[in-house]
Design a protein around this ligand. Structure first.
Ligand code: ADP
Length: 488
C-alpha cells in the first residue's frame, strides 16, 4: 500500500510532543510491514537538520495557489531514521516556516492551511496517487477538504483519507480567509454540516473540516474517543463526532521501542531490562550527578512534560513540595509556552537552588529525558485531560512507575497497584480521579509508601510495567485494517 503521512511534526527532527513520536513510530511500523510510506513536513528553519541524511532538492518550482497568486516552493527529500521524508520549502515574504519554532504565532492557521495546500499540490504535480493520505490534527484538517473539493476532480479520486485527532484542545479556529486563500467556495463550506464552528458561527474550524471530509477518523486512545464524544473534552465537537460515529474510533498509540528501550538505549550509561533491573542503579546515579542531586537513599519522583495547563501544572507544582516533604528527591524537565507558567516554575527553581533533593530543568532536552526515565523511580502525570500520553508508556518501559490521573489514554494504560480489578501482573502504577491536592497525595503517597516499606513489591510493579507490550505492533495492524477498510 502507498501511504502518505502529512504532519506538522515528526520525531526527532521536528518534535514538540507526542504527535512527533506518533508519526515516526507508526511510519516506521508501516514501512517495516512492507508498505511504501512517505512523510511530508514543512521545511522549518528550526528542523534538527543533524537528524536528516542525504537532504537534497527533488522537486523544483512547485507553485502553490495563494489568493489570486501563487507562492514559489521547492521540495527537498531526506531520510529520518530510515523514513522517507519530504520537506516543503516555501519562498515567500511571509516566511511561513522560518519562525525559529514549530508553533506559536498569530498566523498559525494561515501557515498550516498553506502547508495543507502545498502538500496536496505536491502530490498532484509530482504524480503521486497514494492509496491512503494520513492527516493529523487541525494543521492538516484542510487536506481532505482540498482533496474532495479540488483534487479529486483533477484525477486524485483514488486516494482515501484517514485523519487522526491528537488533541481536541487545539482545533484551528480561524476566519474564512483560509478558504479564500485556497480559492475554496466559502459559501458552500461555511455551513453547519461542513466547516462552520459549532460555537462561533463566524469562525472556520479546520479540525471539523478534517472530520467531516475524511473517510475515517481516529483518536489516540479508546477512552479519549469516548470522552470526546460524550463529555466536554470534545471541546465543542462532541455533536460532530457523534454524527460521524460510523467512521470514528480510538486506537491506542504505541511507542517506538527502537528509541525508547533501556536494553539498547545509547543515551543512558547502563543498559538494562526486567531481568537485569539492578543496572538501573547506575542510571539513577548518573541522573543525580547530571542534575546535581545528592546521593541519598530516597526515591526519585520525576516529571517530563510540556508545562501546559492541560498537563495539570497546579498539581505538578504541588507534587514537587509534597514529594520533598515525604522524603523523596524530585526532578522536573519541562518547557512552558505560557510566560506566566514559565515565570512561576523559574521562581520555584530559584527557591530550590540550594536544595540537594530537587532540580528543575526548564526547556526541551531529548537526552536528559532518556536519562530521567532511566534514573527515576516514579513519574507524575496529573493531566486535566490526556488524549493518549506517551510519557507513562515510556516510563513503564524504563521501570519507572507512573502516578497518573485516570483520564484518556492514562486510564487505558495505567492500572492501580491497589485498586485495579486486573490481575496483579497487569498492575503497573497508581491512579487518582479527583483533580485536587488530596487526589494527588493519595496516589503518590501510596507509591512512596510502597517504595519505602515493601521494596520487593515495588520492584514487581516496575517489572509488570516493563513487561507490557506498548510497541507499534498491534496499533500498526489496527491502522492497516482501517486503511484496508476505506481504500478503493
Ligand atoms: P504531549 O504530546 O501532549 O506533549 P505525550 O505524553 O503524548 O504528551 O508526549 C510527550 C513526548 O514529549 C514524550 O516523548 C516526552 O518524553 C517528550 N517531552 C515532553 N516534554 C519534554 C521536554 N521538556 N524535553 C524533552 N522531551 C519532552
Amino acid at each position: 500500500m502507498f501511504i502518505v503521512m502529512a504532519s506538522p511534526e515528526c520525531a526527532p527532527v521536528a518534535k514538540a510532543g507526542g504527535l512527533g513520536d506518533f508519526v515516526q513510530g507508526l511510519g516506521r511500523e508501516l514501512s517495516v510491514r512492507g508498505n511504501a510510506v512517505e512523510i511530508v513536513l514543512p521545511k522549518y528553519d528550526a528542523l534538527r537538520f543533524a537528524g536528516i541524511s542525504g537532504m537534497h532538492k527533488v522537486y523544483r518550482d512547485l507553485w502553490v495557489p495563494f489568493h489570486d497568486k501563487a507562492i514559489h516552493c521547492d521540495v527537498e527529500y531526506g531520510e529520518v531514521d530510515g523514513l522517507q521524508c519530504f520537506f516543503i520549502d516555501a519562498h515567500s515574504e511571509h516566511g511561513f516556516f522560518n519562525r525559529g519554532k514549530i508553533y506559536g504565532d498569530a498566523d498559525d492557521a494561515d501557515r498550516f492551511a498553506f502547508f495543507s495546500r502545498a502538500v496536496m499540490e505536491f502530490l498532484y504535480k509530482s504524480g503521486r496517487r497514494p492509496d491512503i493520505i494520513h492527516c493529523n490534527d487541525w494543521h492538516t484538517g484542510l487536506m481532505p477538504v482540498l482533496l474532495w473539493e479540488v483534487y479529486a476532480e483533477l484525477g486524485m479520486d483514488h486516494s482515501r483519507v484517514c485523519y487522526s485527532l491528537h488533541n481536541m484542545g487545539h482545533q484551528g479556529w480561524t476566519g474564512p480567509q483560509v478558504l479564500h486563500m485556497n480559492r475554496l467556495d466559502a459559501g458552500r463550506l461555511m455551513t453547519p454540516e461542513r466547516l462552520r464552528d459549532p460555537g462561533n458561527p463566524g469562525a472556520v474550524n479546520l479540525m471539523k473540516g478534517g472530520i467531516v471530509f475524511s473517510n475515517f477518523v481516529t483518536t489516540v486512545s479508546p477512552r479519549y474517543a469516548w470522552e470526546i464524544q460524550h463529555t466536554d473534552q470534545g471541546m465543542g465537537l462532541q455533536g460532530v463526532l457523534q454524527e460521524h460515529d460510523r467512521k470514528f474510533g480510538g486506537v491506542l498509540n504505541g511507542i517506538d521501542y527502537n528509541t525508547w528501550n533501556p536494553e539498547i538505549d545509547p543515551h543512558i550509561p547502563a543498559q538494562y531490562g526486567p531481568d537485569t533491573l539492578p543496572e538501573k542503579a547506575k542510571c539513577r546515579a548518573a541522573l543525580r550527578q547530571r542534575v546535581g542531586l545528592g546521593d541519598a537513599f530516597k526515591p526519585i519522583v520525576a516529571v517530563v512534560s510540556r508545562l501546559d495547563k492541560q498537563k495539570g501544572v497546579e498539581l505538578i507544582r504541588h507534587g514537587i513540595y509534597y514529594a520533598l516533604e515525604q522524603g523523596c528527591q524530585f526532578v522536573l524537565l519541562g518547557s512552558a509556552p505560557d510566560p506566566a507558567v514559565d515565570a512561576d516554575f523559574r521562581r520555584i527553581k530559584h527557591e530550590m537552588d540550594a536544595n540537594p533533593d530537587c532540580h528543575l530543568e526548564l526547556g526541551y532536552d531529548e537526552d536528559l529525558a532518556h536519562l530521567i526515565y532511566a534514573g527515576a523511580d516514579m513519574i507524575l502525570i496529573p493531566s486535566i485531560y490526556e488524549p493518549c500520553g506517551l510519557t507513562q508508556m515510556i516510563a513503564m518501559k524504563y521501570g519507572c512507575v507512573p502516578v497518573a490521573r485516570r483520564v484518556g489514554g492514562l486510564a487505558d494504560t495505567v492500572f492501580d497497584a491497589n485498586y485495579s480489578d486486573r490481575p496483579f501482573e497487569d498492575r503497573n502504577g497508581y491512579v487518582f480521579d479527583d483533580f485536587t491536592y488530596a487526589g494527588l497525595e493519595g496516589a503518590l503517597g501510596r507509591g512512596i509508601g510502597l517504595w519505602k516499606r515493601f521494596p520487593e513489591y515495588f520492584r514487581q510493579l516496575r517489572v509488570n510495567g516493563m513487561r507490557q507490550d506498548h510497541s507499534w505492533n498491534e496499533p500498526g495492524q489496527h491502522y492497516l485494517d482501517i486503511y484496508n477498510h476505506i481504500r478503493v
